[in-house]
Design a protein around this ligand. Structure first.
Ligand SMILES: Nc1ncnc2c1ncn2[C@@H]1O[C@H](COP(=O)(O)OP(=O)(O)O)[C@@H](O)[C@H]1O
Ligand SMILES: [Mg+2]
Length: 256
């Protein structure tokens, strides 16, 4: 394949210029980070599995009318997406207490929340992704009130749908993180919001319904072992484990 221009290298993915204007290629790496980059490692096969898992979930969400950046999967580690202007906010939806919420409020891990809670964090590695309110987001111009209304309603729809989908395969969707971006819609001549980035066990907490086993990145964060197997198990239950397992592919060739 022709060498492509690299646009950005993040912690889990590399973005390349896509074949047509307004498109990007997302390359999924095996690199894993936690605690704002303080812990680094690799999870063999993670990129292959997250590419499939995110493809699957974005396609299902598109079917229920959630606009997403996903266009098509290109190969084991790459997918073609629409280029968006990322809103620098991580939207976290929580159904069950875990992680920083348990810590901040002293709520025991696993406590079912009285209702789903949506939180916003400012995407900034330097600042450690600080939690922000709608006031910060609108005052600093990261998104408008209208954007936030839409982000909130889309996030809750994603939560309802994915909670049901995962429950159907014996998994509790404890919490997850979403990113949104803006694209120009030539039908309406306006900017519209779409779901971007990825949805995978890197940014969802998924617990087995019967055993409460963690099938997500917490296994890596907490050195629990069985990390690769957990990602594979999620793909297997979704019915999308690649034949022959998550075989490896050479890394991307890049033009800086
Ligand atoms: N469709 C898209 N268009 C432009 N940028 C995107 C799109 N989807 C995701 N991104 C951005 O690309 C990067 C993906 O790589 P990742 O390794 O997750 O980066 P990071 O370390 O910044 O989280 C993220 O910064 C994410 O916000
Ligand atoms: Mg990321």
């Amino acid at each position: 394949m022709a060498r492509r221009r690299q646009i950005y290298e993040g912690k889990a993915k590399v973005l390349f210029e896509g074949p047509e204007p307004g498109t990007l290629v997302q390359y999924f790496k095996d690199d894993a980070t936690a605690f704002n980059n303080q812990k680094k490692g690799t999870i063999t096969g993670k990129g292959v599995l997250n590419n499939r898992i995110s493809e699957y979930l974005m396609l299902r969400l598109a079917e229920i009318g959630v606009p997403t950046h996903f266009i098509r999967r290109l190969n084991m580690r790459e997918q073609l997406v629409r280029e968006v202007e990322i809103i620098p906010i991580e939207v976290v939806v929580r159904n069950i207490a875990a992680g920083s919420l348990s810590k901040r409020f002293g709520i025991q891990d696993g406590t079912v929340l009285p209702r789903s809670i949506v939180e916003y964090y400012y995407k900034s590695d330097e600042l450690g992704d600080p939690m922000v309110t709608e006031e910060h987001i609108t005052a600093f111009g990261w998104a408008s009130i209208q954007d936030l209304d839409e982000i909130m309603s889309l996030s809750l729809r994603v939560n309802d749908y994915l909670s049901g989908l995962f429950l159907g395969i014996g998994l509790k969707l404890v919490d997850f993180k979403l990113e949104f971006g803006r694209v120009y819609d030539d039908q309406t001549d306006e900017m519209t919001l779409v779901l971007a980035d990825e949805i995978s066990p890197d940014n969802c907490r998924l617990w087995d319904v019967k055993t409460n086993d963690r099938l997500d990145k917490d296994r890596f964060r907490r050195d629990m072992g069985g990390v690769e197997e957990a990602y594979q198990e999620v793909a297997r239950r979704l019915g999308i484990l690649p034949e022959g397992g998550p075989r490896d592919m050479p890394g991307p060739s890049t033009v800086q």
